[in-house]
Design a binder for this molecule. Structure first.
Ligand code: ZN
Ligand code: ZN
Length: 318
């Protein structure tokens, strides 16, 4: 299974500003002073390998959209944030005129998780089959609402695709086109659901927009059981621990530190920090990643935990 991240930012899309690009460029020139590059390839290798990720790259700006590529003809994707627009382009290019079937799994219907749907190209193509899975009763209503006047020019009923809404029940496993899917209720305003996906011996957890109170032992046990032995956990790490337990307590999100602790308790192999705070610059996200890696090293048990920070365009093979 290959996991592709099309949108990794929380709450609202962000883009690099003029000042961001200029400052990165100036810092990169400084880091390269005294060096000579004989070719573009040499300069490219320096930028890729020797500069910090936060300087030569960006964590990206689209809101939540993560594809699970199982190698089958059907598509599997979590959430329809603004990353659904480039994901839709990818689907149309790969299908090259053939009709697509896309299985969508919705954590919840806050705007940052549905805003990409009106820009999801395959929804406009007759013959496309979209199955939108979720546990909320208001799932269909939310999709229709954001495409109602005066908010959007194309009404939901005008979309060319055949669109089906499939209700899942938290705690109950279902088989969706060869993938085993289990949702879990999470602590978030209006409720959100995490998903455990199992296919071909690999397991992936998608758990965003989820606040954890580790002092609630029963809830912690529930999540540890849900994460147990997973190859990959995509985790809401919007805040630092200090923010998550003070000013931003009860805002419905979690932190890098809680992610490490839960994944260690559950024997997870790889933790990916996700749903980045829109106010955080690339350097701030990199610093949250470094803190999480340092904590993992200090508290490492028998099995190491790989920790990464998601960026738009990241691909992980399982
Ligand atoms: Zn969100
Ligand atoms: Zn939310």
């Amino acid at each position: 299974m290959r996991v592709r991240f099309w949108g990794t930012r929380g709450s609202i899309p962000v883009g690099l500003t003029v000042a961001d690009v200029r400052d990165k460029l100036a810092a990169a020139l400084l880091a390269a002073s005294g060096r000579r590059f004989a070719s573009f390839a040499e300069a490219h290798a320096f930028a890729s390998r020797d500069l910090p990720f936060s300087l030569s790259h960006t964590y990206g700006g689209h809101t939540s959209c993560v594809e699970l590529d199982t190698g089958s003809d059907e598509y599997f994707v979590c959430d329809m944030g603004s990353g659904a627009r480039p994901f839709g382009e990818h689907v149309l290019a790969r299908q090259a005129g053939r009709k697509a079937t896309v299985n969508i799994f919705m954590s919840h219907v806050h705007w940052d998780h549905i805003m990409g749907f009106p820009f999801f190209g395959p929804a406009y193509v007759p013959g496309t089959h979209l199955r939108i899975h979720g546990c909320h009763d208001i799932l269909e209503q939310a999709f229709r609402l954001q495409q109602s006047p005066p908010c959007f020019p194309v009404n939901f009923d005008q979309l060319g695709a055949t669109i089906e809404f499939v209700k899942l029940r938290p705690g109950e496993a279902s088989e969706v086109s060869g993938v085993r899917v289990t949702p879990l209720l999470q602590r978030h305003s209006g409720d959100s659901y995490g998903y455990r996906f199992e296919h071909g011996g690999a397991s992936v957890i998608y758990s965003t927009d989820s606040e954890h109170k580790l002092e609630d032992r029963a809830e912690t046990d529930r999540f540890v059981a849900f994460f147990r032995g997973a190859d990959l956990v995509i985790f809401d790490a919007m805040y630092s621990l200090a923010e998550a337990i003070s000013v931003k307590a009860d805002w419905g999100h979690s932190s890098n530190v809680i992610g490490v602790e839960l994944c260690q308790m559950a024997g997870v192999r790889h933790l990916v920090l996700f749903h980045h705070e829109p106010a955080n610059q690339d350097a701030a996200i990199e610093s949250l990643l470094k803190d999480a890696r340092r904590l993992e090293e200090l508290t490492r048990g028998p099995q190491p935990l790989v920790v990464s920070a998601a960026h738009d365009g990241l691909e992980i093979d399982l």
